[in-house]
Design a binder for this molecule. Sequence first.
Ligand code: GLN
Ligand code: ZN
Length: 761
Amino acid sequence: MASHIVGYPRMGPKRELKFALESFWDGKSSAEDLQKVAADLRASIWKQMANAGIKYIPSNTFSYYDQVLDATATLGAVPQRYGWTGGEIGFDTYFSMARGNATVPAMEMTKWFDTNYHFIVPELGPDVNFTYSSHKAVDEYKEAKALGVDSVPVLVGPVTYLLLSKPAKGVEKTFNLLSLLPKVLAVYKEVIADLKAAGASWIQFDEPTLVLDLESHKLQAFTDAYAELAPALSGLNVLIETYFADVPAEAYKTLTSLNGVTAYGFDLVRGTKTLDLIKGGFPSGKYLFAGVVDGRNIWANDLASSLATLQGLEGVVGKDKLVVSTSSSLLHTAVDLVNETKLDDEIKSWLAFAAQKIVEVNALAKALSGNKDEAFFSANAAAQASRKSSPRVTNEAVQKAAAALKGSDHRRATNVSARLDAQQKKLNLPILPTTTIGSFPQTVELRRVRREFKANKISEEEYVKSIKEEIQKVVQLQEELDIDVLVHGEPERNDMVEYFGEQLSGFAFTVNGWVQSYGSRCVKPPIIYGDVSRPKPMTVFWSSVAQSFTKRPMKGMLTGPVTILNWSFVRNDQPRSETTYQIALAIKDEVEDLEKAGITVIQIDEAALREGLPLRKSEQADYLDWAVHSFRITNVGVLDTTQIHTHMCYSNFNDIIHSIINMDADVITIENSRSDEKLLSVFREGVKYGAGIGPGVYDIHSPRIPPTEEIADRINKMLAVLEKNILWVNPDCGLKTRKYTEVKPALTNMVAAAKLIRNEL
Ligand code: GLN
Ligand code: ZN
């Protein structure tokens, strides 16, 4: 019985790749240094899987930034503005596309399906000259082979690549991306030939778009593409991998009829309906890669239950055609539980990170072939049982309070325009008020202070003094810049979810449970294992300190319940809505305590509301309903004069704009600048929006400093579709990953742009 891993985290167990990348970007180390760290990481991952007994070990799942950008490099689809003139794509061109450079902004970045991973969106027009320009896939295959591992090279599938692309500037409305399929396939054929020549016997195409609601011409593209590739693929075993949801019935039919394909991979954790499809008919003689080990969460697999599922599938596809696999790439889970020194043994026994999941996959494969490791299975069964019965998981009062919320609507009594009037009387803001999203740069010094306080190396007194000084500095800077609504800069927070999770009960924390978010950026999601409650105020002290330094309004800064949920590893033993309502009640208490402390503007970030949206349309309305309801619960109890802001990250708001309005916030700041005019088009098309809105006027993900004229230009474009009295001026997102040398000039230009336009109005 065989085992397979869809993909593996790249950052390393202690984020080795992150540090190597950042040091290279800062000019502190050479390209060779970076390549060495990367090669060592790849080698250790391959060895780890080989030692665990995994049969189908992936290669080319490593990336210096993003696997979709890697595909763009392979295809030589570099947008013209990066000045690439051909040849093998090097770090210069590659990282310019990813991060921008001194003269050209980065390419657009967006969420990878419903994960918190971001990919670089390919920009394709009719005149892209596709040429085989990165040999990374075959290089990695050879590299693994030299280490004694005959790997399965993984490529982003050609149809998924095109379906995730966007039309280049100038042809947005007219261009049919799928018309590029023949040109793209020509390069894929070269890659395939290269892999074959290098000795590959399997190849994996990731085609996760097959789990979306696709129109029939898109499904047809899969049929066409693989028919076209079939001759090139002959002699290879071809795995088409899907993940993140069940495959709709129509797509299942298309998929299982593809030419030249020998194996299909399915997510059987999120895709329970796929199980029925498989049982209803699976092509004979083909392999089923059964993703029973969850790539998206950190819970130990329920091995007994997975084994039963697998045994059922054996009857359908045949014993020798069933391969045990992960539900998706393990990229979306933490790396290795071995490095968790602070979790207690009980909680640890409930968990499995990527390294442990490999072992689970192998244990299941062995059990199927009659070599069940009884000790491993019974330890697993004991852990499953302890999690079900542990008193640490249950808080009855919280469960009751959350259950009571479901029936009602929870809405502020006054409508938004009346509230804005009341707030304006109190706040007296200029037109086009300026603000920022919350965090200011986190300097090395600041991180040191937090770290030393955590490690008890400095006293609470010293810590409070340092943080106060930092807040004062940030407040003073904002006053100098003449920003209207200030923030305290979040110096006491390492992460917008972790900070709250640490103060709420029901959460556990890892030391090294990092997951890649984009490029070198990682997040360390808390683990929600039990019912959530708030023992005491979490932010009131620091917000009051910050307000005491200024007469201008100081925003209280909270993370909303949906974002806390979506950026945590969540319980898989109760519905997500249940957990979110519990968090909403805790945040509600915090909002009311801030108001009592004299904070009149409170921002409740729902950065991740959009990304939790289920992939399939049939499930979206229900999610939006409880997500938006949870947000409203947090601030239903405040006065009209208290201004509630919210902030959301990333593009593609258009389809949920009515839910955003239904959140009933007074002001929303939205990330916008990397997705051009998508957001504005929704207002152009007549959606009525009465609340304050600040579509970000510059991209904080890039070190580039936006000139005043460019920002002014953006504001003017917004004014063409939005009323001037509701428009706010702010960056796209928090500034914590930037340097002061970038933030000061950028904000100077932002305020100058706002003033320039105020004068013209
Ligand atoms: N308030 C947070 C910050 O500024 C928001 C971050 C986010 O939206 N991702 O850091
Ligand atoms: Zn943001």
